[in-house]
Design a protein around this ligand. Structure first.
Ligand code: NAP
Ligand code: HSE
Length: 422
């Protein structure tokens, strides 16, 4: 029998314990051995939980128990789980986690520390979708040219409800929290950080690149408002929070931000808590992975898949999929200022002669070519809303142009910007 200890018996931990119980015979048959959760650790023993396993509030009761083979870390956070990981590994225990925040910072050193001891982290990216296994195993023959995906269920759920039903931002965030989709601190979701953590994990498997969240472009959905949604609807776009990795001329571009994306594109049709990830390989072409990106049972499905794999094979290293460093080329991160995109700008300006021309001049001086320019009347008759889409240009040029436009005498208000993904 394989004995499992779960550290963190919350939304995901409870589902893991219950599914291992409910599908015990099937899972044991697949793994070749019976799998039993012998203990769970929580912070507050007084809280009511829908599980039938012995609980403790002392994590060491799991880590010091020599009979426990696999530690499942589902508590969240970074520093404390890092210590727990190291202690479990030092005792030869395999570890399974859904903790992308931890792996965004510590995946390479944990791989080093683990050596041949298995670490499973399928649940850390896109909830129930087996994307880690797809990249690590299924696509291992390929040079990965791009990964593009909706990787945060909370944001996708929120944007879908805001766009389709006009529900307000605060109300829909509270719904996502109630449904168990959001992180303990939901600013990780809405600020784009959670999607960035997942992107960094995938980029390590695809490219062997060790980047940290601070190194890459991250913007969340906090500033997406009804004006942007109305514009998107009118011009045939949807708005999605996308995580993008691309290999361009030996450099790796990594970024997370809201995008305007044509409604007909597959990824634009992925709604609600669902995640969708497109991976392009040089041999296989484009592959697409779709499924629930958050929620207790969906995430537990991926956690248990790792447990089964460890029990079956006894060995799943190397954790990030490279047996030795890939030396035929050394990939580096493209500086965020050099990223190129098309941009949509929205400005509320004074409705006066020469205003539009002064904005066009700033864009031109910064080497930015205009694709479309529209003027809309505003409720305030002295003002007008200007909508502008640019051709492809560099991030540093658009950022500089926006600052200059905001300083023009007749603009004043903040310029809203969303990148366009074609
Ligand atoms: P959660 O509902 O907040 O559960 C966290 C659990 O950890 C709780 O049982 C909590 O105890 C326990 N805990 C926290 N600190 C502890 C400590 N110091 N010692 C012992 N126990 C401690 O979180 P969750 O949604 O299940 O998420 C767990 C992990 O899975 C996170 O890393 C998250 O990012 C990841 N994840 C979540 C989802 C999802 O949809 N929810 C999907 C993919 C990945 P108390 O209950 O006593 O407070
Ligand atoms: N908070 C995360 C999300 C959980 O909404 O996608 C899944 O990783």
């Amino acid at each position: 029998m394989i004995r499992v200890g779960i550290i963190g018996v919350g939304t995901v931990g409870q589902s893991v314990a219950n599914i291992l119980q409910k599908n015990k015979a099937l899972i044991s048959a697949r793994a070749g051995k019976e799998i039993s959760v012998v203990k769970g650790a929580v912070r507050d023993l007084r809280m009511e939980r829908k599980v039938d396993i012995p609980l403790t509030d002392n994590v060491d009761e799991i880590l010091d128990d020599e009979s426990i083979d696999i530690v499942v870390e589902l508590m969240g956070g970074i520093d404390r789980p890092y210590e727990i990981f190291k202690k479990a590994l030092s005792r030869g225990k395999a570890v399974v986690t859904a903790n992308k925040a931890l792996l965004a910072y510590h995946r390479f050193d944990l791989q080093q520390i683990a050596g041949d001891i298995p670490i499973g982290y399928e649940a850390s990216v896109a909830g129930g979708i087996p994307i880690i296994n797809a990249l690590k195993v299924g696509l291992s023959a390929n040079e990965i040219t791009a990964i593009k995906g909706i990787m945060n269920g909370t944001c996708n759920y929120m944007l879908t409800r805001m766009i389709d039903e006009g529900v307000g931002y605060d109300e829909v965030l509270a719904e996502a929290q109630k449904l168990g989709y959001a992180e303990a601190d939901p600013t990780f979701d809405v600020g784009g950080f959670d999607a960035a953590h997942k992107l960094l994990i995938l980029a390590s498997i695809a490219y062997g690149i060790d980047a940290k969240p601070e190194d890459i472009l991250i913007e969340g959905i906090e500033n997406v408002n009804q004006d942007d949604i109305d514009f998107a609807r009118e011009f045939g776009y949807s708005i999605k929070l996308l995580a993008i990795a691309k290999k361009i001329d030996g450099k790796i571009e990594l970024r997370v931000h809201p995008v305007l994306i044509r409604k007909e594109q597959m990824i634009a049709k992925i709604d609600g808590v669902m995640n969708g990830i497109s991976v392009i390989g040089d041999c296989v072409g484009e592959t697409l992975y779709y499924g629930p990106g958050a929620g207790g049972d969906a995430t537990a499905s991926a956690v248990i898949a790792d447990i089964v794999e460890i029990v079956r094979a006894g060995q799943s290293s190397p954790m990030l999929g490279f047996k030795k460093p890939f030396q035929s080329e050394s990939l580096t991160l493209l500086p965020k200022e050099e990223i190129q995109s098309e941009y949509f700008l929205r400005m509320l300006v004074k409705d006066a002669p020469g205003v539009l021309a002064s904005i066009a001049q700033v864009l031109g001086e910064n080497g930015i070519s205009i694709e479309t320019f529209l003027q809309r009347p505003s409720e305030n008759v002295t003002k007008a809303t200007l909508l502008c889409a640019t051709h492809r240009c560099r991030e540093k040029d658009i950022v500089k142009a926006i600052a200059e436009i905001e300083n023009l005498p007749d603009t004043g208000a903040k310029v809203a910007m969303i990148r366009i993904e074609e």
